[in-house]
Design a binder for this molecule. Structure first.
Ligand SMILES: O=C(O)c1cc(=O)[nH]c(=O)n1[C@@H]1O[C@H](COP(=O)(O)O)[C@@H](O)[C@H]1O
Length: 274
């Protein structure tokens, strides 16, 4: 099954556009786990178990594991997701981007070591830096396009005078991903929920691509505006929330609180479809 087929399956089965972001920070864990990097798997597995029937995808952020020498716990976590919620795809948030020969290693890491269904990539180094990921048929790749952070403007909103139509850089990325770069048909784009007007613009330029949209929850993006701007019946959106779900409570009830916040966000997104 391809990444896109998995996304569509999870979207229908869980009636969801919500991606649960797995960004484990031991200093924010509840008292019984607090500060213990050996318990990253335990914390994340509890979150997965509490939210797996509400999610279109899980998105572990690799830095939160690697910084604590917890790569083996990440492998274990993906195995856990596979056995408990085999229909929910895993997007490895790695934001890789390097020359082709190195990209081959990063692709192997994402798709073979961690068994991810999709990965996030920076397109800054050009097509040959993206191509190694596309050789994995059926695996997805989300290219950073208009990111959720204010500094995204520094480069992504610059006008490209030499490209026909003089698009902004993020518009050009959207056009490339919708068109010539999409060799395996599994490309998507990352657009921040904090910029609904840009989501709408990207949706116009890339009408069929899946959009990964982080920025609701802790970053304050508007869930309803996000759906109105980006959702189309035939093109999935994957709206990520990490901290607002993971740390909904710092008490022993953290998993129940995570479920309540995931349910609230899932329902808010669904209601906005109109
Ligand atoms: O690629 C991403 O996932 C990403 C892109 C972007 O533009 N903004 C963004 O916040 N992210 C990631 O999405 C998650 C957002 O986390 P919260 O702000 O806690 O919901 C983090 O893992 C970020 O690294």
């Amino acid at each position: 099954m391809t990444f896109l087929e998995m996304l569509q399956g999870a979207q229908g089965r869980n009636r969801s556009m919500l991606c649960v972001g797995l960004d484990p920070e031991p200093t924010r864990f509840p008292a019984q786990l607090k500060g213990d990097a050996q318990r990253i798997f335990d914390f994340c597995a509890r979150i997965v178990d509490a939210t797996g029937d509400l999610a279109i995808a899980f998105k572990p952020q690799i830095a939160y594991f690697a910084a604590h020498r917890a790569e083996l716990q990440l492998e274990q976590l993906v195995r856990h997701i596979r056995s408990s919620f085999p229909h929910v795809p895993v997007i490895l948030d790695a934001k890789r981007g390097d020359i082709g020969s190195t990209a081959e290693q990063y692709a192997k890491e994402a798709f073979e070591r961690y068994d991810a269904d999709a990965v996030t990539l920076s397109p800054f180094m050009g097509f040959d830096s993206v191509q190694p990921y596309l050789k994995y048929s059926g695996k997805g790749a989300f290219l950073l396009c208009r990111t959720s952070n204010p500094g995204g403007d520094d480069l992504q909103s610059q006008r490209l005078a030499s490209v026909p139509g003089q698009p902004l850089l993020y518009e050009h990325i959207a056009q490339l991903a919708q068109g010539p770069w999409n060799l395996n048909g599994q490309l998507g784009l990352v657009v921040g929920a904090t910029y609904p007007a840009e989501i709408e613009r990207v949706r116009t330029l890339a009408p069929t691509l899946p959009l990964l949209i982080p920025g609701v929850g802790a970053q304050g993006g508007d869930a309803a505006a996000t759906v109105k701007a980006g959702w189309r019946p035939d093109a999935p959106i994957v709206v990520n929330s990490s901290r607002a779900i993971l740390y909904a409570s710092s008490g022993a009830d953290f998993a129940d609180a995570a479920r309540r916040e995931a349910l609230r966000t899932r329902d808010l997104l669904e209601a906005a479809k109109g």
